[in-house]
Ligand binder design. Structure first.
Ligand SMILES: NC(=O)c1ccc[n+]([C@@H]2O[C@H](COP(=O)([O-])OP(=O)(O)OC[C@H]3O[C@@H](n4cnc5c(N)ncnc54)[C@H](O)[C@@H]3O)[C@@H](O)[C@H]2O)c1
Length: 252
């Protein structure tokens, strides 16, 4: 079973961050043409330049997933450059900006709204923006980046990420008639800069104990799941959340 993505067009949001760079690279190395979108255009441009330097076909776009107008421009840029959209990776999210263990009982509602807008509404906005092109093409793959934090007490972050699991299920049912698969990846503790910033000092020992296969994982421990969900290998899989976390979260 092939996991090649030759001639496919992929958009990765949050493409300038730890996961976004790794995901964009994995997609490009599998043959996809990649739109690297990030609110931080400088970071996306730098990642895109690295890939271009290696002969991959990609562009960087400044895009705020919380803005419908910005997401529409992102989709238009992809269509303008590459003719359509096959794959959307909803990876952008707030995580390290959220203080570890922040109690919900004292959380400012403005901050709650901000996290929900980016982590949960943002993916919906981006799905709505790419749908016309995917429907026109007659197929599509949408991958939402949730988190193992969705399945335990992880404050506003966990609530937003569990919402994304639910969005995945509802959209999977709704878009199945259009041959658009919607799945999610729930990584565990991963050593991106933001991932490390998100946990308190000395947390390594706790992670070692919680994660049966090893402690922190690397982004490359997760890219295989992305390629599976982005490729034809997963054509009969939709509405699923794949936990990629060294066995941290186990569900029956
Ligand atoms: N690192 C981990 O351990 C871990 C574990 C589980 C899930 N995740 C999830 O993976 C994703 C990426 O995490 P990361 O570790 O690479 O973090 P990161 O902070 O390095 O990357 C996030 C990227 O998203 C961008 N971004 C933020 N708000 C945006 C917006 N409104 N519009 C567009 N882009 C925006 C940032 O500029 C940044 O480049 C997040 O959704 C995070 O919740 C990370």
């Amino acid at each position: 079973m092939e996991m090649r993505l030759d001639d496919k067009v992929a958009i990765v949001t949050g493409a300038g961050g730890g996961f976004g760079v790794a995901y964009s690279r994995a997609l490009a190395e599998s043959g996809a043409r990649v739109v690297l979108a990030d609110v931080n255009l400088e970071a996306a441009t730098s990642a895109a330049k690295d890939l271009e330097g290696e002969g991959h076909d990609c562009i960087a776009v400044g895009a705020d997933v919380a803005s419908e107008e910005s997401a529409a421009e992102m989709a238009a840029a992809a269509i303008d450059r590459f003719g359509g959209i096959d794959i959307l990776v909803n990876n952008a999210g707030l995580m390290s900006e959220i203080p570890f263990g922040q109690p919900l009982s004292e959380l400012s509602i403005d901050f709650w709204d901000k996290v929900m807008r980016i982590n949960l509404t943002g993916p919906l906005i981006c799905i709505q923006a790419v749908l016309p092109s995917m429907k026109e093409r007659g197929s599509g793959k949408i991958i939402n980046q949730t988190s193992g934090g969705a399945f335990g007490p992880a404050g506003v972050y966990g609530v937003s990420k569990l919402g994304l699991v639910s969005l995945t299920v509802s959209m999977a049912r709704e878009l199945a008639p259009f041959k658009i698969n919607v799945n999610a990846i729930a990584p565990g503790f991963v050593t991106t800069e933001a991932g490390l910033r998100s946990t308190p000092d000395g947390f390594d020992q706790v992670v070692q104990q919680m994660v049966p296969l090893k402690g922190f994982g690397e982004t490359d421990d997760v890219t295989g799941a992305l390629l599976y969900l982005a490729s034809s290998a997963s054509d009969w899989v939709t509405g699923q959340t794949l936990n990629v976390d060294g066995g941290w979260v186990m569900r029956i």
